[in-house]
Design a protein around this ligand. Structure first.
Ligand code: 3HC
Ligand code: NAI
Length: 691
């Protein structure tokens, strides 16, 4: 065995040389890895071996470029040098793939002459999710192998294709038995030698590109079909242009030059910076300073859910989906029946629904009218009405029923979890698990740590969140926690702006153009204006009161802030406009013209300011956690990183100056957070705050 460097070895199996990478956690293409590959292949080529296999140790093949190196000075062998060394090798090179071959990793594999993989492997070019495009020939080689249409789909979705599909696409030449990758790859290499197989260079293979030549409609249609999905993002369009270049260029090099140029443009732009920031933000959110990774967790083999309403049903589905049995308890038989039927319907209507799977999941679900049936549950999640007296009553009862060590969780949106926990004699076992609606779909889970919550309860909740496919963020107890607390700032300003002179659709348009999937008023119409509205208590004091009294309760009644046609297409409503004007007249408000810029700043800056307060109160561990909440739970466009990243992008000084200006004109809704003042005084940004 030859040790090439700290992460690379060169070994022999008979006449086959094996270059092995071992650079945990994911064998990313750091300078060290590139050096090792370059030198390893050089020595293998110079040796008397007849073929060369590239394989990785650990959990995965190369998962891509090392994102932490982006933006820094270039060190070590370049990736193109490594690729050229492999592709121009006079001996056949075989890439042996397990885990994931992603981004630069797949681009390296595409410079091998052949690829083998185990069935569990997945291959993809996920750069688009980092606001990038494959910058090491991926956009030029993939369409040459898989064809233009498949390549377009792969690079713009960033999807990881399973090995079997990769085989069908031609990305993989042979599947080898799980767990026997090295032997399989060596045998494959030997066969190449014995049969004198050609050294296939993907770059030279133009047949699939020829098929797409002179057919610009392929690209036009693809753009049109995906316009909604790609809205606001630069990277998908740039990826498409690279594949267009592959088709329309006169040579591989010419296409590669386009790829290089567009890659650099993306790499140095704000969108990719935000998306790369976000990649790490999501992973950092899993790290809790005083709850280290090795904190023991409690086993969760059975879950109880109290309340089978909007949230309870969705919450239960998360656990059934991963094979954890659930007992769901309701007050009355009809509510229980309705709840169970909704769950079944949701399964039956979900995409790719298979009857056997629905039955299998439903068989894990037990409905009951008695909380006593929670006695053997390891975790019980309460999702009953949002009232403190009810929650406390329920928790006192749970305290008497749950087994020792069971975790007692509440899905409350706003209530004080310390107070809820005080109804039990085991506040250390009480935690908030704040799911978002629809709970079986939304990725975000706010995990709320109360004063006495035990560390292993937190560790268990974070781990469980991952198991059920959620992105968890730890928050402290405060009204609305992270997400809703900041949302209420935006909502307040949106409502005020309408009174002052803007129309709901003006505000919605500005926020939509910023990148949100919809604005606050369209959102209200979708959710229903009458959520929490009680006719008997309505005094016609708010716009919502008036609209609800007129039975304009949102999309479901065909009208709300907007008018809706039979296709549920929203149109600005003259009726709403008139109501707003009357409302202003009644309050003696003279409408003024409000600029888009003011709308945006009034809606967004108070959120950033509230985020600063959340941080100074220690209710979020770090600014990036807040961004994870907003991207996953509230549709904040990921290419803007999240509110705190955006605050840094605009500049904390600018945010502060505006808040002061607004405060002077409109009062203490805009009182700057002490932390914001401090950052600006010290010339710092949110990203300078370390947890
Ligand atoms: N560079 C640097 N670090 C990386 C990394 C990368 N490409 N990919 C993962 N990591 C780190 C993570 O930050 C994490 O670090 P931590 O343990 O300190 O938090 C660790 O590796 C493990 O990652 P995950 O927690 O995500 O592990 P999973 O097992 O859940 O997922 C994965 C593994 C599917 C490989 C996932 O990490 C992933 O999707 N990685 C990114 C892949 C990617 O985007 N590749 C393209 C990079 S850009 C590129 O290649 C440009 C080229 O075209 C020139
Ligand atoms: P819901 O009204 O749809 O469902 C509540 C259910 O709990 C009802 O079916 C009711 O019969 C049942 N229930 C009430 N008291 C009970 C008791 N003592 N025992 C058993 N069942 C009982 O309400 P929803 O929307 O599901 O909200 C539940 C909780 O989730 C609330 O705390 C709410 O704030 C929170 N939440 C709601 C979100 C939403 O978008 N709807 C989002 C996140 C949290």
């Amino acid at each position: 065995m030859t040790e090439i460097n700290s992460v690379t070895t060169l070994t022999r199996d008979g006449d086959v040389a094996i270059v092995t990478l071992n650079s945990p956690p994911v064998n990313a293409l750091s300078a060290n890895v590139r050096d090792g590959l370059y030198e390893g292949f050089k020595q293998a080529i110079d040796s008397d071996a007849k073929a060369i296999v590239l394989i990785c140790e650990g959990r995965t093949f190369i998962a891509g470029a090392d994102i932490t190196e982006f933006g820094g000075a270039m060190k070590g062998a370049s990736l193109p040098d490594v690729q050229a060394m492999m592709e121009n090798s006079p001996k056949p090179v075989v890439a042996a793939i397990h885990g994931t071959a992603l981004g630069g990793g797949l681009e390296v594999a595409l410079c091998a002459h052949y690829r083998v993989a185990v069935p569990s492997a997945r291959l993809g070019l996920p750069e688009v999710n980092l606001g990038l495009l494959p910058g090491a020939g991926g956009t030029q080689r993939l369409p040459r192998i898989a064809g233009v249409e498949k390549a377009l789909e792969m690079v713009t979705s960033g999807r990881h294709a399973p090995a079997k599909e990769a085989l069908a696409m031609g990305l993989v030449d042979e599947l080898v038995e799980e767990g026997k990758l090295k032997d399989g790859a060596v045998a494959f290499a030997r066969k190449l030698v014995a049969e004198n197989k050609p050294l296939v260079k993907v770059r030279e293979n133009n047949a699939k590109l020829e098929e797409a030549k002179g057919k610009p409609e392929i690209f036009a249609e693809f753009r049109k079909k995906n316009a909604r999905k790609f809205r606001g993002f630069l990277a998908p369009e740039y990826n498409i242009r690279c594949i267009e270049a592959a088709v329309n260029s006169n040579s591989f090099e010419e296409g590669l030059a386009v790829e290089r140029k567009l890659f650099m443009e993306l790499m140095t732009g704000p969108q990719s910076a935000a998306q790369r920031y976000y990649f790490f933000a999501e992973r950092t959110a899993q790290k809790i300073p005083d709850v280290p990774d090795d904190t023991p967790t409690r086993p969760v083999k059975k879950v109880g859910v109290l309340g089978a309403g909007t949230m309870g049903g969705g919450i239960a589905m998360n656990f059934l989906n991963v094979g954890i049995p659930v007992t769901i308890v309701e007050l009355k038989q009809d509510a229980l029946d309705r709840g169970l039927a909704t769950i079944r319907k949701n399964y039956e209507r979900s995409r790719g629904a298979v009857p056997e799977q629905t039955e299998q999941r439903m068989s894990l679900l037990t409905g009951s009218l008695s909380m006593d049936d929670f006695a053997d549950c390891d975790l019980i999640i309460e999702a009953v009405f949002e009232r403190m007296d009810i929650k406390k009553d329920v928790f006192a009862k749970l305290d008497g029923i749950a087994k020792p060590g069971a975790i007692l969780a509440t899905n409350t949106s706003y209530l004080n979890i310390d107070e809820i926990a005080s109804a039990t004699k085991r506040p250390q076992d009480v935690i908030g698990l704040h799911f978002f609606s629809p709970a079986n779909v939304m990725k975000l889970l706010e995990v709320i740590r109360a004063d006495h919550t035990a560390k292993d309860v937190i560790a268990t909740s974070m781990k469980l969140a991952k198991q059920i496919g959620k992105v968890a963020v730890l928050a402290g107890v405060c009204p609305g926690f992270i997400g809703n607390r900041m949302l209420s700032q935006r909502q307040r300003e949106a409502n005020k702006l309408v009174l002052e002179g803007a129309m709901p659709w003006d505000i919605d348009r500005v926020l939509y153009d910023f990148g949100f999937p919809m604005g606050p008023f369209a959102m209200s119409d979708l959710a229903g204006l009458d959520i929490g509205w009680v006719k008997e208590n309505s005094k016609g004091e708010t716009l919502r009161d008036v609209l609800c009294e007129m039975d304009r309760r949102g999309q479901k009644t065909g009208a709300g802030f907007y008018d809706y046609d039979e296709n549920r297409t929203a149109k600005p409503s003259p009726v709403t406009e008139k109501i707003i004007q009357d409302f202003r007249a009644k309050k003696g408000i003279n409408a003024r013209t409000i600029s888009d810029e003011e709308i945006l700043e009034r809606c967004i800056y108070p959120m950033i300011n509230e985020g600063a307060k959340i941080l100074e109160e220690g209710k979020a561990i770090r600014p990036s956690d807040i961004d994870v909440v907003w991207v996953n739970g509230y549709g904040w466009p990921v290419y803007r990183g999240g509110p705190m990243h955006y605050g840094d992008f605009v500049g904390p000084d600018k945010v502060l100056a505006k808040m002061k200006e607004f405060q002077g004109a409109m009062g203490d809704d805009f009182k700057p957070a002490a932390l914001l003042e401090k950052l600006v005084a010290e010339g710092k940004k949110f990203s300078d705050l370390k947890a």
